[in-house]
Design a binder for this molecule. Structure first.
Ligand SMILES: C[S@@+](CC[C@H](N)C(=O)[O-])C[C@H]1O[C@@H](n2cnc3c(N)ncnc32)[C@H](O)[C@@H]1O
Length: 155
């Protein structure tokens, strides 16, 4: 089945990316990594978190933001950015929050997504949190959205 892809913008922490690759392999969701990442894909922490699931993941790498954007536009995919700087919940069903051709993009663990990435997004969505909390762990936020993707689009 066609369903949204997940993309990570310049991830910093290999253990998070390994866990997300394992999640993608188990949930049937393609993972895109936009470089430069803060680690190499041979990193031990990534392998420890992703285990043998890494080979089962559908992984696509983009050298940088421009390469990713060229690919996305050629594919005609909408860019949905997950950010704390939005008031629209990813679970809101009064707007078209997720469609099959979307790329759902997540920011860096250290600094989130920069302004130009916020500007490029067709839609910005948030995972509602208790007031005063800063953000969720990257892999946790991807897991929540992956659950919603599969609830709507199936395995
Ligand atoms: C650890 S957070 C980034 C924290 C960073 N210090 C910042 O200010 O954005 C990493 C990424 O997880 C996603 N994320 C975490 N919590 C989120 C939330 N409540 N709603 C939407 N996205 C969230 C976003 O994509 C974010 O860029």
């Amino acid at each position: 089945m066609t369903k949204p892809l997940i993309a990570l913008y310049q991830p910093d922490i290999p253990g998070n990316t390994g866990a997300i690759m394992r999640l993608g392999a188990c949930m049937g969701i393609g993972i895109h990594i936009i470089g430069p990442a803060g680690f190499d894909l041979s990193d031990r922490a990534l392998k420890r978190a992703g285990m043998d699931y890494i080979e089962m993941a559908t992984l696509t790498r983009h050298d940088g933001w421009e390469e990713f954007e060229a690919w996305r536009k050629a594919e005609g995919r909408r860019l949905v950015l997950m950010t704390t700087k939005s008031a629209v919940s990813y679970m809101d069903d009064t707007v078209q929050t997720l469609s099959a051709q979307d790329v759902v993009l997540f920011g860096r663990e250290s600094v989130g997504a920069p302004e130009r990435v916020h500007d490029a997004a067709d839609l910005r969505l948030t995972i509602p949190m208790i007031e005063g909390r800063r953000s969720l762990n990257l892999a946790m936020s991807v897991a929540m959205v992956a659950g919603e993707i599969n609830r709507r689009f199936g395995l």
